[in-house]
Design a protein around this ligand. Structure first.
Ligand code: MLZ
Length: 265
């Protein structure tokens, strides 16, 4: 199941087009990730977005950081791009007249927060300001179109970036459908979401792009489609665009024609 996923052949096999990079709120050249594990920074609490908390870098993946809020548990890790506006150097909050807050679910008595904060920051390795990159601007209008391919974060498994297709567009909202997963992970988001990336993003950042699932047909953006009842029932229920079944193995090369195998994690 470690077959290498290749966008070029996948786009060809699915007769689909990659969404141009201007569609995304991502820098054309991904920001360099200079962070090191153990470094501390300030981060907006994802579960309580009015709070700015202390976070520790506990993992590095491509242009993203795996973060854990100090004083929280290990079940609520989250991932942020190094050019996310949700993170900033230690001291930023205070400089702006704000106060660092305990994370939602702070594991100690609330009264011990001031001392906890002091001890947490004392002797901590703080990520230098130069490691934080400027968030790219919003692209002007929504240029994403139904059928375009992209890479998107699986919100149910946010460490995963997966091949996806624009399933629908309504104004500034786009419906992200995950190739080969029968709609189970699909979601609506704004076109300028930081969770969606152009094709090739993971290749550039070194993040691992998941292969598509093999649960359903490949979504195809071209108009032609077959629709015998058996094929129709295999279609992704939430995918409005035309689909074709995964081609059967061609010739003698086993597995070449179908999308690379995926792991059921
Ligand atoms: N193996 C896990 C993760 C699936 C990830 C799908 N991403 C679009 C599961 O089956 O739930």
């Amino acid at each position: 199941n470690k077959e290498h996923f290749n966008w070029d052949s996948y786009l060809r096999e699915t007769e689909s087009l990659a969404a141009p990079s201007q569609c995304f709120r991502q820098s054309k050249i991904p920001p360099t990730n200079e962070f090191k594990i153990g470094m501390k920074l300030e981060a907006r609490d994802p579960r309580n977005v009015t709070s700015v908390c202390i976070a520790t870098v506990i993992g590095i993946t491509g242009a993203r950081l795996r973060l854990r809020l100090d004083g929280s548990d290990n079940k609520n890790d989250f991932w942020r791009l190094v050019d996310s506006s949700d993170i900033q150097p230690i001291g930023t909050c205070e400089k702006k007249g704000g106060m660092l807050q305990p994370p939602l679910g702070f594991q100690m008595n609330a009264s011990s927060w001031p001392m906890f904060l002091l001890r947490t920051l004392n002797g901590a390795e703080m990520a230098p300001a130069t490691f934080f990159k400027k968030e790219p601007p919003k692209p002007a209008p929504n240029l994403l179109k139904i059928g375009m391919k992209l890479e998107a974060i699986d919100k149910k498994n946010p460490y995963l970036i997966c091949p996806a297709t624009v399933g629908d567009v309504k104004g500034d909202e786009v419906f992200i459908t995950f190739d080969g997963w029968r709609g189970a992970f699909d979601y609506w988001c704004k076109y300028d979401s930081r969770d969606i990336f152009p094709v090739g993003w993971c290749g550039l950042t070194g993040d691992a792009l998941q292969p598509p699932g093999n649960n359903v047909s490949i979504t195809k953006s071209s108009a032609k489609t077959q629709s015998s009842p058996s094929k129709v029932t295999r279609r992704s229920m939430q995918s409005p665009q035309k689909t074709v079944p995964i081609p059967a193995q061609r010739g003698k090369k086993p597995g070449r024609a179908k999308p690379p195998g995926q792991t059921s994690v």
